[in-house]
Ligand binder design. Structure first.
Ligand code: SF4
Ligand code: SF4
Length: 457
């Protein structure tokens, strides 16, 4: 492990100056995948990603990029952010030529990335980001423009966008706590994690006090193998940071984000497959006609909802209200369920001998749902990737086996993490199963909630 990490570290440090070319290349790939399909005609009905460039670009985005970036955090932390992402790099380039104003408080507020995530995820659903290249251009192009604008305006040689506002970065940051890669100071200063705009770190980590991976984009800028007492890249067992979350700056806001994000993403998949969605939509439509709410049955603006008559898809305000409402209901329901179960686990853990107050135990135990949420997200988003297995010798059984395997890994990993967190809290072995039960129920329920979206109904 040590030898491997030294090899990777010295290779990247040696080529650090050339990363700019990699970023420029990725920027061109971004333009090709997002902008290219706008110039191409609609594919014929029998086209596949292998025979049609537009479908190939769509597949590259949803079948390859999304699932692999999410999966990569387990093995490489946020290496996507630090080494490859054209959006973060563009934001930083813009910062060099901008006025470098002080980062405002609304931007550094803990809730800003959550608002950004909710906004972009729901808008993505209402405009049909997975199906229409115009919608993908709006969502990803708009996000790129915001990254450049925020980078241009705020921070001094920093990535204010990446730390405070990027909707993808926040998700990757949370799950990078499960990752095998960490950047660790040789000597820790006491006092816990802190944010500082001084220093070399683009995401404003106070390096000698760093104990968490969340904001670290694995850019290697702080790594200097020649300097003693500096930061080094090390490898660890995936999940180790959450197992010992008590020593890694457990953050209540992050746990609430985990609950809310999981529910919102789930809603984004379920509205497409659950018959109850269509039943309620029908009832609401009839009610709107009976009560002369005619605006609800009219189409809305194309930037807000899918309006593609040539592709036989025209969303009405009714669809917009239903999709947003359904996703919000899923988000609230999942959050309430996980919060109640985590509160029960925390109470039981303290009765069984856990050290620390309710709030502290609650926050730590909340992290146990990270693996099951991540795996469900990967399987849900990677549907197109797994479909490729169908055309191999493994066939449909292979698709189910891979999905089921990942699903099971997420479930077992969450339960394992719950047990480890309780151990670190000081709950004796013989009494640990009691506070573990609510976590077990929560993990199974989270997995089952994703079931229709992943395996069908
Ligand atoms: S935080 Fe967002 S914009 Fe920044 S590097 Fe990561 S994915 Fe890209
Ligand atoms: S801690 Fe080091 S590797 Fe991580 S973001 Fe900061 S400078 Fe980059």
């Amino acid at each position: 492990m040590k030898r491997l990490s030294l090899l990777v570290e010295s290779f990247i440090v040696h080529h650090r100056r050339r990363l700019i070319w990699l970023h420029a290349f990725m920027f061109l790939v971004f333009l090709a995948v997002i902008g290219g399909p706008l110039l191409l005609p609609d594919p014929p009905g029998d086209a596949t990603p292998l025979t049609n460039l537009r479908l190939a670009a769509n597949y590259a985005l949803w079948g390859i990029w999304f699932p692999f970036v999410l999966l990569s955090v387990i093995f490489t932390g946020r290496a996507w952010c630090g080494l490859l992402c054209p959006m973060g790099a563009a934001s930083e380039w813009a910062n060099r030529v901008g006025p470098q104003r002080a980062i405002p408080r609304w931007l550094s507020w803990e809730g800003t990335p959550l608002v950004s995530f909710i906004f972009i995820t729901t808008l993505g659903q209402t405009v049909g980001v997975r199906d229409h290249p115009e919608a993908a251009a709006e969502i990803f192009g708009g996000t790129m423009l915001m990254a450049v604008l925020i980078g241009f305006l705020f921070g001094r040689r920093k990535r204010a966008w990446c730390r405070h506002m990027c909707p993808i970065g926040r998700v990757l940051g949370l799950y990078s706590r499960l990752g095998a890669v960490q950047f660790e100071p040789a000597v820790h200063l006491p006092g816990g994690d802190a944010r500082t705009e001084r220093g070399i770190c683009p995401t404003m980590i106070d390096l000698p006090r760093k104990t968490e991976s969340r904001h670290c984009i694995a850019c290697f800028r702080c790594v200097n193998p020649q300097a003693r007492g500096g930061i080094a890249m090390t490898l660890r067992r995936p999940g180790a940071e959450i197992e010992g979350i008590r020593d890694h700056h457990a953050n209540p806001a992050e746990v609430w984000f985990l609950f809310l994000d999981t529910g919102l993403a789930l809603g984004g998949f379920l509205w497409l497959v659950l018959p109850v969605f269509q039943t309620v939509r029908q009832a609401l439509g009839e009610w709107a006609i009976d009560h002369r709410w005619s605006w609800l049955t009219e189409p809305g603006p194309a930037w807000l909802m899918s309006e593609h008559p040539a592709r036989a898809e025209v969303f009405l305000w009714l669809d917009f209200v239903m999709i947003v409402g359904f996703m919000v209901v899923c988000m609230v329901a999942m959050t309430v369920m996980l919060a109640v179960l985590t509160a029960a686990a925390s109470t039981l853990a303290r009765r069984a001998g856990a050290h620390g107050g309710f709030r502290r135990c609650f926050t730590e135990l909340g992290y146990q749902y990270a693996p099951v949420a991540l795996m469900s997200l990967i399987i849900g988003l990677g549907a197109e990737l797994f479909e490729m297995i169908r055309v191999t010798a493994l066939g449909p059984a292979g698709v189910s086996a891979v999905k089921g395997g990942l699903f099971l890994i997420g479930l077992v990993w969450s339960i394992w993490l719950g047990e480890r967190i309780l151990t670190r809290q000081g709950v004796p072995f013989a009494r640990r199963w009691v506070p573990l039960l609510p976590g077990l129920i929560g993990s199974v329920a989270t997995g089952l909630a994703w079931w229709p979206a992943i395996f069908g109904i």
